[in-house]
Design a protein around this ligand. Structure first.
Ligand code: SF4
Ligand code: SF4
Length: 141
C-alpha cells in the first residue's frame, strides 16, 4: 500500500464517527417483531402439549396436574430456545406469544434458565417431583 493511501485511510478513520454503538449506554428501539422471551397465558392454555411437541429445541415441557381445573405448569428453557416462534404458531389457543423487550438473557449461573409458569403451589409440586396425571402429561415424541 502506498504511503499516501495509507495516510488518507488513517486520517479518515481518525475523524469518522465509529460504526459501533455504545451499548448498553446507547440503545436502539426493539423492532416490533423481535422474538425474545416466551409469554404464556394460563387461562387460554388447554394443556394440549402441541407447543412442546413442535419445539425443535425441546425447550418446553407442559405438566398437567388437573386438566379440568386448568392446573398446568409450563416449563420453559430460554437457554435452549432458538426463538424460532414455532410454539407460538403451533398453539391453537393463542396462549403463547413472544415479547420483544426481554432479550438480554445472559446470566452467570443456570438458575434464570429454568423458568416455570403456573400457580406457585403447582410449580412447587412439579419441582418436588410429585407425579402429574400420567397419561395426560404431553410428551415430546
Ligand atoms: S421459540 Fe422455538 S425453540 Fe423456543 S420454545 Fe418456541 S418452538 Fe421452542
Ligand atoms: S400449544 Fe398452547 S394450549 Fe397447547 S399446551 Fe402449549 S400453550 Fe397450552
Amino acid at each position: 500500500m502506498k504511503f499516501g493511501m495509507m495516510f488518507s485511510d488513517i486520517s479518515r478513520a481518525l475523524f469518522r464517527r465509529p460504526a459501533t454503538q455504545k451499548y448498553p449506554y446507547v440503545r436502539q428501539h426493539n423492532p416490533a417483531r423481535l422474538r425474545s422471551f416466551l409469554k404464556w397465558n394460563q387461562q387460554a392454555c388447554t394443556g394440549c402439549g402441541l407447543c412442546a411437541m413442535d419445539c425443535p429445541a425441546n425447550a418446553i415441557h407442559v405438566t398437567i396436574l388437573d386438566r379440568k381445573e386448568k392446573r398446568f405448569v409450563f416449563g420453559y428453557r430460554p437457554d435452549q430456545c432458538l426463538f424460532c416462534g414455532q410454539c407460538v404458531e403451533s398453539c391453537r389457543q393463542g396462549s403463547l406469544s413472544m415479547v420483544n423487550d426481554n432479550w438480554e438473557l445472559a446470566a452467570l449461573d443456570k438458575k434464570p434458565f429454568s423458568v416455570y409458569f403456573g400457580e406457585t403451589d403447582d410449580i412447587t409440586k412439579v419441582l418436588a417431583g410429585e407425579p402429574a396425571s400420567g397419561p395426560e402429561t404431553p410428551e415430546k415424541a
